[in-house]
Design a binder for this molecule. Sequence first.
Ligand SMILES: O=C(O)[C@H](O)[C@@H](O)[C@@H](O)C(=O)NO
Ligand SMILES: [Mg+2]
Length: 382
Amino acid sequence: MIITDVSVKTFLTTTRRHADTAGHAHPGPEHKVKQAMLIIRTEDGHEGYSFGAPEIVRPHVIDKFVKKVLIGQDHRDRERLWHELAHWQRGSAAQLTDRTLAAVDVALWDLAGRALNQPVHKLIGAYRNKVRAYGSIMCGDELEGGLATPEDYGRFAEKLVKRGYKGIKLHTWMPPVSWAPDVKMDLKACAAVREAVGPDIHLMIDAFHWYSRVDSLELGRGLEKLGFDWIEESMDEQSMSSYKWLSDNLDIPVLGPESASGKHWHRAEWVKSGAVDILRTGVSDVGGITPALKTMRLAECFGMDCEIHGNGSMNLVVAATSKNCRWYERGLLHPFLEYDDGFDYLTALSDPMDQDGYVHVPDRPGIGEAINFEFIENNRVE
Ligand SMILES: O=C(O)[C@H](O)[C@@H](O)[C@@H](O)C(=O)NO
Ligand SMILES: [Mg+2]
């Protein structure tokens, strides 16, 4: 059970996703990008894995922080190891981020499952074995036939409903789109989607993250007329009081925070302040499965739903082990991309969705990823 090694394998994977100046994904030509696999190994040869950007598991953070906390420790002591690593953050000169904590925590949970030959959602205590998904559409663009007009969004939404989705979330247009942001265009896209899919499909929006209070109010009031389920990240989440103001002035549920730092502790403050109606967590955002579960349980104590940010096995585990979330965020989706094609370094989708819009939680050991180890070895760069 004792951890004897922490290592990283960096490899090339092919993708058509390209990040814009705000970090949002858009489709483009195929290109190769570096991906990292973190490996935590024990004395008896068991290993746990997690994937992420190479910079979050770069040698500096692995050698200066992760190895110092993990090597020689019982891998099952996840709660203690998470706190010990989190305490290193204050003195790390902002070098040890929540993303790194998440990579380590996910690999430790994966290790626990693989060592016992059990799926992690069963180890934690499953609430369900399938979760209803909403299709999370990429941010708008200026691509002919892509997501350039409200009608494009409407057509794509129709396609998603045919695929089985019972919920759809729009990320609307943001810079670097030349004319964005524009509340009236956001509402035209939302109206086009509502018109296209009818009244029974659940709709949500995740808007330009830096609207003013007044713009957010105009957007929210328009969405109320369209019967949307929630409004998400329409303002800078560093201003919790702005969300309190918006929640007090809108009927549509306000959801968040997604990107705000502070893990489960800060999300407790958002609940206490009444800043949101639906809480939000995400394994990458709060530092792992461990704090994401704490956020879910915190929301449950206040009679609140907590919706999980992001796709992938790690977030699916949190959704499968929690009663108070209604959705799994499946995406990001675009008319030019086939989400169900998956990743070249996995031999199966982590989140297969049936025709009724349910994602079935894989019962594979660990967090449930079907890793193609041979592909990773054949495409290693470090
Ligand atoms: O880069 C981002 O802001 C996120 O990836 C975003 O696009 C999307 O994942 C999100 O906000 N979901 O709620
Ligand atoms: Mg979001």
